[in-house]
Structure formats: C-alpha cells, structure tokens
Design a protein around this ligand. Structure first.
Ligand code: GDD
Ligand code: MN
Length: 362
C-alpha cells in the first residue's frame, strides 16, 4: 500500500481540493491512504478532514498539540503510516497529484531508494510567479547542499520511498523544512530517481517558509555536513570563525588606536576580544556537542590553546624567514605558513582538549 503523508498547518481551503485531485489521479489505480499530520491549526483544517472521512474518503489525520515543525510532522506521519511505500507532499497543490502514479512506477522499475518529483530536471518547471528573491533563495539553498548530494532537487517536499529504506536511517534529527535532504544523507539514498514536475503556486492560504525557517536550514546543513564529513566539516567552521575573528581583531585595534590607547595595550586587547569572539561560536556551533560543559573552564582551555598556537605561529614564521633561503625575501609568505600552522594547531588542540566531547565507547 502507498501512504501519502500530507503535513498541514492552516490549510482549510486546500483540504477538499487536494483530496479530490489525489482521488481523481489514484482511485482504481493504486491501493493508498492519505495521512494528514496537522499541528493543531487554529482554522478549520481538522474539521475539513473529518468531513471527508464521513464521506468515506481514504483519509485520516494525526493532530499534534505539543509540537510544531514541518520535518518532525512528516517524520511522525512516516512512522504511523501503514503502507510499504511512503510518499510526502504539500497540501497546497504545488505538487501535482497526477505525477504520483509515475513516481510509484519509477520507484518499482528502478528499485529506487527514493523518487523525487523534481523541478530541476529536463521537463521540470516552476510557475512563473516566483519573484527574483524567492528564486534566488531557492537556488542558493540548493547550492549550499551540493557538496552533500548530486540530487538536483534535494530541497523538495515531494518524494516517495520504500518503508524499508526509511527504516535504515538511524540518527534522524531533522530541523526545519528539508526532510528529503535529511533522508538522502541518513538512510542513505544512493539510487535517487528524479522525474520532472510542474511546481504550481499555491492558490489559497500562505507559505509558512519564514526567515527563522531559513536560519534553521543553515543549522540543519551544518549538522548534515558534520554527519557526513566529521572533523573536516568542523575544521572548515573553525576556519570561517577564525576569519571573522581577524576582522574583529583589526576593527578593535583600529578603534582603540583612534581612542589614543598605547599600541601594545591596544593590540593585546584586540587579540583578547577576537579570541573571545571566536570562543562563542566555536562552543555552540563548531563543537556543539560540548556546549553543555561548564563555560569558564572551557574558555580557559581555549585561551591556553590559542596562546600556544600563537607561539607555534611565531616559531615557524621566525625559523622559516631566517634560513637564508627564499623566505628571507618573502617574509609575508613565511608568516602565512606560520598562520596556517597555528590554525591547524589550534584546531587540533581545541578538538582533542579544549572542546573535547565525552567519548562514547562503541
Ligand atoms: N504539520 C505542519 N507543521 N505542517 C506544516 C508546517 C508545520 O509547522 N509548516 C508548513 N507545513 C505544511 C503546509 O501546510 C504545507 O502543506 C506544506 O507543509 C508546505 O508548506 P508551505 O508553507 O507551502 O511551504 P513552501 O511552499 O514555502 O515550501 C515548499 O517548497 C519548498 C521548495 O521550494 C515545501 O515543499 C518545502 O518542503 C520545499 O522545500
Ligand atoms: Mn507551498
């Protein structure tokens, strides 16, 4: 059986139309159920599903009262669905139900881990009405996920997969909107087939894709990168934060100089401010697994680490540029190598000591 999971929040005007179109497309073709997962919408969404149920439509609804969020709603639906094939789609008819039989067939034919109704393969299309901002937004979001998967439309909310593939996923930890992406990485889905769809604009109600949701996407991406690339992902975050620290350092230094502070003191303060600046995102982002540890001892260890890193930087730069070789004429390059070595040193010691997570024995 096919289970169609439809997450809803305030979709009262879309319930009847979406069910009518699904029925027109699937009745007498497929054995299926429709499972709405609603987060206690204040409008008439739940009543609308009740009406359909009374008319004998193959629908039911799960109402969550204590939680909100698209991904977690779909997850709940997948877990409670009865089918051996799980499909997810929006309620607002952006996703054409008429594509479902093709998607199911493509899954069977290819033994696919996932079939996506895709906007970004030949023949796929998005309704014209998208403003530049939404289009750009969607494209940038897609680009950021490129290193994780080759799937063209991994941002989608329209896909089908066998339950057995879904059940392969262990640490499902989705936040925000991109459930397909989470599954592609965690199940993982290797054989993903994309078939083209026309993505229509919603006719009723409004999108819930807020700015906060987009911030959550960045956090979701970070988790997926850590999951996929482990230490390398954390190293890149460490470097990005470090780069922002350089800007802070220079900014504070120039302000303090303008204020008339003595140079040595001003630079010492600038270093301290940028170090503290770096500490915060490293605690809560790069090494988020340790953010429950007491803050001050951790801060102390980070200060010690960076001070040692400065010594490493200094020693390497000085050694290189006093060898009588090429670096004597190119002292800035010597400094660059010193900085790189210091950064790697800082990261290793941060990882192994300053922000050491409790290691779990396997
Ligand atoms: N239960 C529940 N809880 N459902 C929700 C929530 C929530 O917090 N937020 C949104 N939904 C439901 C909506 O009612 C709708 O059926 C579906 O999820 C998609 O929400 P929209 O608000 O219409 O999202 P969108 O059109 O901006 O985004 C769609 O396109 C994106 C790609 O451009 C979705 O399909 C996304 O998954 C997709 O990434
Ligand atoms: Mn929508």
């Amino acid at each position: 059986m096919l289970s169609i999971i439809v997450p809803t929040y305030c979709e009262e005007e879309n319930i009847h139309p979406v069910v009518a179109r699904i029925r027109a497309a699937l009745d007498s073709k497929l054995d299926y159920e429709i499972v709405f997962v609603d987060d206690n919408s204040p409008d008439k969404t739940v009543e609308r599903v009740g009406e359909l149920q009374k008319q004998g439509a193959p629908v039911r609804i799960i109402v969550r009262k204590d939680e909100r969020g698209l991904c977690s709603a779909i997850l709940r639906g997948f877990r409670e669905a009865r089918g051996d094939l799980l499909l997810c789609m929006d309620a607002d008819l952006s996703h054409p139900p008429e594509a479902i039989p093709d998607m199911v067939q493509a899954q069977k034919q290819n033994q696919a881990d996932m079939v996506i109704g895709s906007r970004y393969v030949a023949g796929g299309k998005t309704e014209e009405g998208w403003g530049l901002f939404r289009w750009l937004n969607s494209r940038v979001a897609g680009l950021l996920a490129r290193p994780l998967t080759a799937v063209r439309d991994a941002m989608t909310g329209f896909f089908v997969m066998p339950r057995s593939v879904f059940e392969r996923a262990k640490d499902l930890n989705p936040i925000g909107y991109k459930f397909a992406l989470e599954l592609i990485i965690k199940c993982p889905c290797r054989n993903v087939v994309e078939i083209p769809i026309f993505f229509a604009d919603r006719q009723h109600g409004e999108s819930k894709l807020s700015l906060a949701e987009q911030a959550r996407y960045i956090l979701h991406l970070k988790r997926l990168y850590d999951y996929r690339y482990g230490k390398a992902s954390r190293f890149i975050q460490f470097c990005l934060i470090g780069a922002s620290g350089i800007i802070v350092n220079l900014l504070v230094y120039s302000i303090l100089l303008k204020l008339g502070l003595q140079e040595g003191l001003a630079y010492a303060l600038a270093i301290w401010v940028s170090l503290t600046w770096n500490f915060v995102p490293n605690r809560y982002l790069t090494f988020d697994l340790t953010s429950q540890q007491p803050v001050w001892p951790q801060y102390g260890r980070f200060v010690v680490t960076c001070s040692l890193g400065a010594v490493v930087n200094w020693l390497i730069t000085m050694t290189l540029s006093h060898q009588g070789g090429w670096f004597d004429q190119h002292k800035l390059f010597a400094a660059l190598i010193g900085i790189a070595a210091g950064t790697i040193f800082n990261f290793m010691i941060s990882h192994e000591w300053a922000f050491r997570a409790a290691r779990v024995r396997k």
